[in-house]
Design a protein around this ligand. Structure first.
Ligand SMILES: Cc1cc2nc3c(=O)[nH]c(=O)nc-3n(C[C@H](O)[C@H](O)[C@H](O)COP(=O)(O)OP(=O)(O)OC[C@H]3O[C@@H](n4cnc5c(N)ncnc54)[C@H](O)[C@@H]3O)c2cc1C
Length: 461
C-alpha cells in the first residue's frame, strides 16, 4: 500500500479538475485519476455561466477562457433557406461594477478541461490517465482506494476521496448511495462536432421538425450539430450529412468533417447524499440533468469550488462539521438546478432568463451564514459577494486567491447596502459568511468557519 497524497479525486472532467486546481493552490497534496486512457474530446458543456466565469477569475483562468471561446451568436431559424425567425438566447447585458461578467460565454468542454489541466500543471499537478477507481474502504481515520491500472491493482491510503467520476461513475455505486430520478428512454438528442462548408459562422442556425441546430463553436473551426429525436440511426459523417441535407432541404452547405458524436437522453437524477464519511461526491456524480439551460458543467465547477476550501481547512485542523456543510449547501442548489433544467427542457424554449446565470444562487439561511444585524438590508449573509470599485482596483482583485476577506464598511458602497461600521467576512469561494455590526461576532465565527486569522485579508471600504 502506498500513501502518496491526502486527497484522491476520481475523474478528471471539469469538476475534478477544478477541485484539483483549487486544492493545488492551497498546497494540499492531491492525486487526480481518470479511467480513460486519453483525454475526452467533444464540445459537450459549452455554455459557461457568469458565476462560473467569476470562479475561473478567482482561479486565474479567466484570461485563457476569454482568449479561447466566444459570445453566443444570434440565432436564425429557417424553413429551408427562408429565414423565419431571428433572436438571441439571452439579451446581452452591459457589465456593472457589481457584476463584471454578466453574460454567458461559449467554450467547448474539451477546451475548458485542457485549460484547467494547464493551470494544474502550473502547480505541478497532472492527471493519471488509464487509472480507474474500483473499490473503497474507509474507517474513521482514512480511506483505502483501490485503483486499477494496466490490469494491476494499487491500494492507496488517503485522508479523503472525492468521486467526480460523472453520472456513470464508480464512487457513488461503491458507497451504495441511491441516484434517484428518471431517465426518459423515448427521446434522444444527437450531438456532434462537425466541420461545415458554406454556412456562415455569425449565426446559430436552426431548423424545426425535427429540431436541427448548427452552432459555431468559438475558438475552433467546428460547429456543434444537434438533432432532436432522429427517427433512424445516424452513426457516420455520411449518415449525418445525408440526414441534415434531407431535413433542411439545403444543398448550399455541406458537413465535411466529424470529430465527435454522442447522444443524450433526458436524465434527471440526484444522489441522496453527497458525503459518506470521508468520501464526497461532486458534479455529475452527484446530480445529472438535461443540458438545457447549460447548468451541468457549471454546477459541477461550483460544487468543486464550494468543496475545495472546506477540504483544505479541515485537513488544516478545522472542525469536521465544516465539511458537512458541503452537502448541506450544495444539495439544495443541485435540486434547484435540476428543476430549472427540467423545466427548460419541457418548455422546449431556446431563450434564457437571468436565473440560468447562477449569480443569484445563495447559501442564505444555511449553516455558515451569520447575519446578526438588527435591520438587515437587501444583501445578506450567504449571498454572492458582489464586485465593486476599491482603491483604484476592484473587490474581486482583493478576493482573488485562496484567502478569506474581511471588509470593514464606512457606509454603503455599491451593491453593499450596509450601515457604517458593518463588517462583512467573505468566504474563499466568494460568498458572504458573516455580516455584522459587532466585531466580536466576526471573531466568534472565524473558528466555526474553519478560518485562521492569518488567512484573512482585511480591506476598508
Ligand atoms: C450534449 C451535452 C451538452 C451539454 N451542454 C452543457 C452546457 O452547455 N453547459 C453545462 O454546464 N453543461 C452541459 N452539459 C453537461 C456537462 O457536460 C456535464 O455536466 C459535465 O461534463 C460534468 O462534469 P463532471 O466533471 O462532473 O463529469 P464528467 O465530465 O462526466 O467527467 C467524469 C470523468 O470521470 C471519469 N471516470 C468515470 N468513472 C471513473 C472511475 N471509476 N475512475 C476514474 N475515473 C472515472 C470519466 O472518464 C470522466 O473523464 C452537456 C452535456 C452533454 C452530453
Amino acid at each position: 500500500m502506498v500513501a502518496v497524497a491526502d486527497v484522491l479525486i476520481a475523474g478528471a472532467g471539469p469538476t475534478g479538475l477544478t477541485l484539483a486546481v483549487d486544492l493545488a493552490r492551497r498546497g494540499v497534496a492531491c492525486r487526480i485519476v481518470d479511467k480513460e486512457p486519453v483525454f475526452a474530446t467533444g464540445s459537450r458543456g459549452r455554455g459557461m455561466q457568469p458565476r462560473t466565469l467569476e470562479v475561473f477569475d478567482d482561479l486565474g483562468l479567466l484570461d485563457a477562457v476569454f482568449a479561447h471561446g466566444s459570445a453566443y451568436p444570434p440565432m436564425r431559424a429557417y424553413q429551408g433557406s427562408e429565414v423565419v425567425w431571428e433572436g438571441v438566447m439571452s439579451e446581452p447585458t452591459d457589465p456593472t461594477p457589481d457584476v463584471p461578467y454578466p453574460n454567458g460565454w461559449m467554450i467547448p468542454q474539451w477546451r475548458t478541461a485542457a485549460l484547467l489541466r494547464e493551470r494544474l500543471a502550473g502547480f505541478g499537478g497532472q492527471v493519471e490517465l488509464g487509472t480507474e477507481l474500483v473499490a473503497l474502504e474507509q474507517d474513521e481515520d482514512g480511506v483505502i482506494a483501490t485503483l486499477s491500472r494496466d490490469g494491476r491493482a494499487e491500494r492507496a491510503r488517503l485522508a479523503y476521496v472525492v468521486g467526480a467520476d460523472g453520472g456513470k461513475g464508480a464512487a457513488r455505486r461503491l458507497l451504495g448511495v441511491p441516484f434517484e430520478g428518471v431517465t426518459q428512454e423515448d427521446f434522444r438528442v444527437l450531438v456532434a462536432d462537425v466541420r461545415v462548408t458554406g454556412l456562415d459562422r455569425e449565426h446559430w442556425h436552426l431548423w424545426r421538425e425535427p429540431m436541427i441546430g448548427l452552432c459555431p463553436l468559438g475558438g475552433t473551426d467546428s460547429f456543434q450539430l444537434t438533432i432532436a429525436d432522429p427517427e433512424r440511426e445516424l452513426a457516420t459523417l455520411a449518415d449525418l450529412a445525408g440526414y441534415v441535407a434531407e431535413r433542411t432541404g439545403r444543398t448550399d452547405f455541406r458537413l465535411d468533417g466529424l470529430t465527435w458524436l454522442t447522444e443524450w437522453r433526458p436524465n434527471t437524477r440526484m444522489a441522496t447524499r453527497f458525503q459518506v464519511g470521508r468520501v464526497l461526491l461532486a458534479g455529475d456524480a452527484a446530480h445529472v440533468h438535461p443540458p438545457t439551460g447549460g447548468q451541468g458543467l457549471n454546477t459541477g465547477v461550483q460544487d468543486a469550488y464550494n468543496l475545495g476550501w472546506k477540504l483544505a481547512a479541515v485537513m488544516g485542523g478545522a472542525p469536521g462539521s465544516l465539511l458537512a456543510t458541503y452537502e448541506q449547501e450544495r444539495l439544495p442548489v443541485a435540486a434547484h438546478v435540476l428543476g430549472l433544467s427540467t423545466r427548460l427542457f419541457e418548455q422546449r424554449t431556446m431563450t434564457r432568463g437571468r436565473e440560468e446565470r447562477q449569480l443569484g444562487l445563495s447559501y442564505r439561511g444555511g449553516p455558515l451564514a451569520v447575519d446578526d444585524r438588527p435591520a438587515p438590508g437587501v444583501l445578506r449573509a450567504g449571498d454572492r459577494a458582489p464586485d465593486g470599485p476599491w482603491e483604484g482596483k476592484t473587490l474581486f482583485d482583493v478576493f482573488r486567491g485562496p484567502h478569506w476577506t474581511l471588509l470593514e464598511f464606512a457606509g454603503p458602497a455599491g451593491a453593499y447596502d450596509v450601515r457604517p461600521g458593518t463588517w462583512v467576512l467573505v468566504r474563499p469561494d466568494g460568498y458572504l459568511g458573516v455580516v455584522t455590526e459587532n466585531p466580536a461576532t466576526v471573531d466568534a465565527c472565524l473558528g466555526h468557519l474553519g478560518c485562521a486569522r492569518d488567512d484573512v485579508v482585511t480591506a476598508r471600504v
